[in-house]
Design a protein around this ligand. Structure first.
Ligand code: ADP
Ligand code: MG
Ligand code: MG
Length: 902
């Protein structure tokens, strides 16, 4: 028999043992350091402790068996390789301890540099650096600061204050002016701060420093801000983080040393070239911290041509290897280049399309891969109008781009003023410290919303996105003074009525009116730019990738359109029919009077007269729509909202009647109207007399609509067109409701259509949970289902959409109860389950049942992937979202793993 030894897990990997595909185990940073090592690039040697070790530590509260020994062994081998021992008093090896999860997480622990320094090795370091005392003490004070802050939770400000005091005493503002003695003094001050907060001395034992730092990285996985970030980004909670231990290289050894960051292409536009920043005589974090001014990377060519050439060669190699834009961190130590990090770099929406197109041209990727690398959210961004910034516009502040778009207008500070000015036809920007539910009317009236507090989940951000309104939140350089009706920013004072411009994509705020230019991508979709004759690289890339998406996708894409004009526009955007044509507007405007007559009708005669008067008007509307959608299906929804919405508001009517009575006027008509409005008043209109219920209660109402649709279809067909109407009954919860409507409708259709060849389908919305749960029965009476996921979401969650977004959604998002509003993206687990049940049971009862979705989810990227996976035939969304849905339907079809938009 073999020995009884249990097999110990491998918890530590040398950089030479890993590769880029081991992100799950080694984290993104570790996997890529390993990849670069194996490519033969100059990476300082080191090792990675796996995410599994972290998981084990987190579940048991102690380091798993074997971890300590494996770290010991890898450390020894590192020491051999470097010819130095960790923290050796004469010639110390120093290391950095760096967290690195599978997904980059800004909520995680920061890096600790210079681990291994203590009161003795700091002297050795100085000697080894040719007597560079200043460098050694600077490195030591950085260690105490980073270690104190990130490992032992000492408040970072304390260290910063001590640094400020030292600079103050020296009469300088630049830390480069502090000499070795000053820094030695600072180390003493730092140690006192450390002891005061932790109740112990700063650990002098190098191995203890290392172990504590590693443990702190493990624990940082469960820090409050990391948990919150994961919930919001929907990153699983049990992945854990890896820990990278990397031998230090020093960019702060003098003018022939330095550190920098770079991109292999412009992450802004996608243009090829060298983009980066370099800072001489500095350690890594100084570049990002913006302590001193960096120089453009190109200047490195003058400073150190050899390193520069080597770096360019490495960047070209990385691009070819990763087949994508890479971003890198590097350090030069006395003329020797070291690579400290690389990853596939973040980029703007425009760059994502342009780069994907370029890489296809370069033969590095194919079109499927190009399609995979862009997404609908990026495309949507490219479809907003943008500020034309070629003039001299400098932002005065930058907040969070909370809801995209570009908006200019006069500043107002209250909701009431926003409403007033908007009523006068002014564009206004509502500026608040933060918004609350009382600001709703002002937010509706404004062109854009600007707040000085709050992030992407603040009230302002959530509500603005729900309304599709431009919003910049959390622009904290703004001092907003609402009572005084002004705000100040960078020395400027902006009062009510002054004009500002806000960019909801970049979060930038400008004074004055910045001209807005239309999106070239929209111009292309609208057909005014011919992709064959355009040298705009973005439009060319979009055209190419969209063409591929259309060829790849299985889902059809329709639009929600209520008028001929909307239908025509959506068709240019690529809509393949109408999935939702609402008929409510056909009862408004100058037809209101007819509707009042219909509701107030004293008897059958009056009602029939009103309906007969409405019929030709609606028929004309349908003719226009069928013409625009010639040859394509048009789903017409019979009237849905409660009828009292077509009547004047109760309070106003009551006041009018009272005033008229006072004056002794004849109010018989108004009184009748008032009592009808009272009678029809509902506490919960969304759950009241609407949809199919209305059709069953008011005789002749649905019949009139069905007749108008059928007659319009026949008329269009007689004129040589092809109308394909699909009549959709809203709010059905029981098959009996649908059967009753169907029986009446079929009679009318048979009578109208005759031998014209027109075919009219009858189906239903699935938007009441009961309908989804009895879909097998309902399918017996329906030729198609269209999921009304807005109402389905309202009723499945018990959320009244009009109320909840302003009232508490911001809080739910902040708490991570959901990562995104279920009205924005379908709740796959709950509401989505209802869709799945209905799709399966509906198709089982009636094979070939046509399935679609209408409602804004139809244009939401993640939701489109879900609907593809459930096997729907089409999605339908607003015209503007049609291209997004086409792109995502294509991505869904080529992707085996579903959405990859993270
Ligand atoms: P982040 O994930 O926040 O970028 P990093 O782990 O990359 O954190 O480290 C922060 C900074 O410290 C980077 O600029 C990096 O270049 C620098 N750094 C990390 N390890 C070393 C090292 N071994 N030698 C020199 N600089 C380092
Ligand atoms: Mg980094
Ligand atoms: Mg509905």
């Amino acid at each position: 028999m073999a020995t009884q030894e249990t097999v110990e897990s491998k918890y530590v990997y040398d950089f030479a043992e890993g590769n880029k595909d081991l992100k799950d185990l080694l984290g993104g940073k570790g996997a890529n350091l390993a990849e670069m090592t194996n490519l033969g690039l100059p990476v300082p040697p080191g090792f990675t402790i796996t995410t599994e070790a972290c998981q084990a530590y987190l579940s048991t509260g102690r380091e798993p068996d074997g971890l300590a020994g494996q770290i010991e062994a890898h450390l020894e081998s590192l020491e051999r390789q470097m010819g130095r021992r960790l923290g050796d008093p004469d010639d110390p090896l120093l290391v950095s301890v760096r967290s690195g999860a599978k997904f980059s997480m800004p909520g995680m622990m920061e890096t600790v540099l210079n681990v291994g320094l203590n009161d003795r090795s700091v002297i050795g370091l100085s000697t080894q650096a040719g007597g560079n005392d200043r460098f050694a003490w600077d490195s030591y004070r950085r260690l105490i600061q980073m270690f104190g802050k990130t490992v032992c939770e000492v408040p970072g400000e304390e260290f910063e204050h001590a640094l400020d005091d030292a600079k103050h005493a020296k009469g300088t503002r630049n830390d480069l002016d502090l000499d070795a003695d000053d820094l030695r003094g600072l180390v003493d001050a730092y140690k006192k701060i450390f002891a005061k907060h932790t109740g112990r001395e700063f650990p002098q034992e190098p191995r203890e420093q290392l172990d504590l730092a590693i443990r702190a990285v493990f624990e940082s996985w469960n820090a409050e801000r990391a948990i919150l970030y994961r919930r919001q980004e929907r990153i699983p909670a049990d992945l854990g983080t890896a820990v990278n231990v990397v031998s230090m290289v020093f960019g702060n050894l003098g003018p022939d040393s330095g550190t920098g960051v770079a991109f292999t292409r412009d992450p802004g536009s996608g243009a090829q070239g060298i983009y980066g920043d370099y800072l001489a005589n500095a350690q890594g974090e100084d570049v990002v911290a913006g302590i001193r001014n960096t120089v453009p990377l190109q200047e490195l060519e003058q400073l150190d041509k050899n390193s520069y050439d080597e770096l360019l060669g490495i960047m070209a190699r990385l691009e070819e290897h990763y087949k994508d834009l890479c971003d890198i961190e590097f350090t030069i130590e006395r003329g020797k280049l070291w690579m400290l990090q690389t990853r596939v770099g973040k980029r703007t929406a425009a760059a994502a399309f342009v780069i994907a197109g370029q890489l296809v041209d370069e033969g590095l990727i194919d079109l499927d891969e190009a399609l995979h690398r862009v997404n609908g959210a990026q495309l949507a961004q490219l479809m907003f109008p943008r500020f034309q910034l070629d003039h001299d516009f400098q932002p005065v502040a930058r907040g969070i781009g909370a809801s995209p778009g570009a908006a200019s207008g006069k500043v107002v500070f209250t909701s009431a003023r926003a409403v007033e000015l908007a009523a006068e036809g002014e564009s206004v920007i509502l500026v608040r410290r933060e918004t609350n539910p009382d600001d709703l009317t002002g937010m509706i009236a404004a062109k854009g919303i600007l707040t000085s507090r709050g992030g992407k989940t603040s009230h302002a951000a959530v509500v603005a996105r729900g309304m599709g309104k431009t919003c910049v939140s959390g622009a904290d350089e703004l001092e907003v003074n609402v009572p005084a009706k002004r705000f100040t920013v960078g020395g400027h004072t902006v009062g009510e009525g002054d004009v500002v411009s806000i960019d909801g994509t970049t979060g930038k705020v400008y004074l004055g009116e910045v001209p807005v230019m239309p999106s070239e991508v929209v111009q292309y979709f609208e057909g005014s730019l011919d992709p064959a004759h355009i040298d705009n690289p973005l439009v060319r890339a979009v055209h190419r990738i969209m063409t591929h998406a259309d060829a790849a996708r299985r889902l059809r894409v329709r639009t929600n359109a209520d008028t001929g004009a909307d239908a025509a526009r959506a068709r240019r955007f690529g809509a393949e029919g109408i999935g939702l044509c609402r008929t409510e507007h056909m009862f408004l405007g100058d037809r209101r009077e007819l509707v009042e007559r219909l509701i107030l009708a004293a008897g059958e005669r009056e009602r029939e007269d009103a309906l007969a008067a409405l019929l030709p008007l609606q028929r004309a509307d349908f003719v226009e729509i069928f013409r625009e959608m010639d040859g394509l299906p048009v789903t017409v929804r019979l009237i849905d909202p409660p009828l009292h919405e077509f009547l004047p508001p109760l309070e106003q009517l009551a006041v009018n009647v009272a005033v008229a009575q006072e004056r002794g006027e004849d109010v018989a008509k108004e009184e009748a109207l008032l009592s009808a409005v009272r009678r029809m008043h509902e506490e919960n209109p969304m759950l009241g007399l609407r949809g199919v219920r209305l059709g069953l209660v008011i005789p002749g109402l649905f019949a009139m609509q069905v007749r108008a649709i059928a007659e319009a279809a026949v008329a269009v067909t007689r004129d040589g067109g092809t109308a394909c109407p699909e009549i959709m009954v809203p709010l059905v919860g029981a098959v009996q409701e649908l059967e009753t409507v169907r029986a009446e409708a079929e009679k009318i259709i048979a009578e109208v259509v005759g031998d014209s060849g027109v075919e009219v389908l009858i189906g239903t919305m699935i938007e009441v949970p009961r309908a989804a749960l009895t879909a097998g029965q309902i399918a017996e009476a329906a030729e198609f289902f269209s999921f009304g996921t807005n109402d389905l979401t309202q009723m499945a969650w018990g959320f009244s959409r009009d109320d909840v977004e302003g009232a508490f959604f911001w809080r739910y998002l902040e708490l991570g109860i959901f990562g995104i509003s279920p009205f924005e993206s379908i709740d796959a687990d709950g509401v989505g389950r209802l869709v799945r049940i209905a799709a399966e049971e509906g198709r089982a009862a009636r094979p070939g049942l046509k399935l679609g979705v209408c409602g804004e989810h139809g244009g939401d990227p993640d939701s489109v992937h879900f609907f593809h996976a459930v096997g729907l035939d089409y999605v339908s969304c607003s015209p503007f979202r049609v291209p997004v849905a086409r792109l995502e339907a294509g991505r869904a079809a080529i992707s085996t793993t579903g959405s990859d938009s993270r």
